[in-house]
Design a protein. Structure first.
Length: 334
């Protein structure tokens, strides 16, 4: 079996240079990298991951914690994190925290015990104080969907308040004046911020916020179904429904159809996230675009920059949502 020493001799470079090429760390000229890679191919050399880890004090693995593993939203985010890290020769270890404080902490401890070089965390339940304490430790962390000012460039976040504002504004501009809102769990900061944006749009247009037309769900499709049933039981008219995410919107639309309502003729519906299935719904769902694919990529790049020393990476930390108008909304007709 070929050794790193043979690769070094054949390529005519130092052991340190071979190590930098294998670990994608430090600056290596393209022509030098090609020499090393050609020597590895010629000798049939395959780096030993354990030896690499011992030599570099790196495991070349990154822990990723998300609230859930089901559904399209986190699948897209995880896929982009993995692709960005894989392209740099790194691997991911994935677990879920289920938006529960103890489970999130247990998952973080599990990932740390796997000798991960860094953690990418999308967490709801643990406190800012806990995360700040974690950030002061030896294990680097990057947050997605959480904005802690003291952590600066290690947060990748979205302006959820503006997204809620855009969703309400989209149907108000179509002439709707009676709006219902199906919120995500309001103990979560993003759900609370989206509702605040919805309320801001109503106030800007001089419309009253009707508390009886506010129902809280949990971001999952069944809660969209239950939320729509509760809204219909209230007995107050509403011509537009704004939902805290697309899964709940899908559930709400299903119930509306079961009750004989047509979308958008009798009810305009707006979601939030712009997950892939929204464009294939009938009618296609108007929604707020949450660029979770790019945000996952940015989180991975933060790790590659701060932990592995890659330079020249284009990284954004703050994102603004945008409105995606499709066929589930139309002008209000009396």
């Amino acid at each position: 079996m070929a050794t790193i020493y043979e690769v070094s001799r054949l390529a005519g470079v130092s052991l340190a240079t071979v190590s930098r090429v294998m670990n994608n760390s430090g600056r290596v000229r393209p022509e030098t990298r090609e020499k090393v890679e050609a020597a590895m191919r010629e000798l049939g050399y395959r780096p030993n991951s354990i030896a690499q880890s011992l030599a570099s004090n790196r495991s070349n693995s990154v822990g990723v914690l998300v609230p859930e593993l089901h559904g399209p939203f986190f699948g897209t985010m995880l896929s982009n994190i993995e692709a960005e890290l894989r392209a740099a020769g790194k691997h991911v270890i994935i677990t879920a925290g289920h938006s529960d404080e103890e489970k999130e902490k247990d998952s973080i401890e599990f990932l740390a015990s796997r000798q991960c070089d860094a953690l990418i965390l999308h967490v709801y339940a643990v406190s800012n104080q806990y995360l700040l304490g974690l950030a002061e430790g030896p294990l680097p962390i990057v947050l997605i969907g959480r904005d802690i000012p003291e952590m600066g460039g290690r947060c990748i976040c979205l302006d959820n308040e503006y997204g809620g504002y855009l969703a309400a504004k989209a149907v108000i501009e179509l002439g709707h004046r009676d709006l219902a809102y199906l919120a995500g769990p309001l103990w979560k900061s993003d759900a609370k911020e989206r509702l605040a944006g919805f309320q801001r749009a109503l106030g800007e247009y001089g419309l009253r916020f009707e508390h009886k037309l506010l129902v809280e769900g949990n971001y999952q499709e069944p809660s969209g179904r239950q939320g729509m049933k509760r809204l219909l039981q209230v007995g107050l008219p509403f011509s537009a429904l704004v939902c805290g995410n697309d899964e709940m919107a899908a559930g709400a639309i299903a119930v509306a159809r079961e009750r004989g309502m047509t979308i958008p003729d009798e009810l305009s519906v707006v979601g939030f996230d712009n997950v892939f299935f929204t464009r294939y719904m009938h009618p296609a769902l108007s929604t707020v675009n949450y660029p979770n694919d790019v945000m996952g990529q940015m989180a991975a790049r933060c790790v590659l920059r701060d932990v592995y020393g890659l330079v020249g990476l284009d990284i954004r930390n703050r994102f603004e949502p945008s409105m995606v108008r499709r066929a589930s909304t139309m002008e209000f007709r009396t």
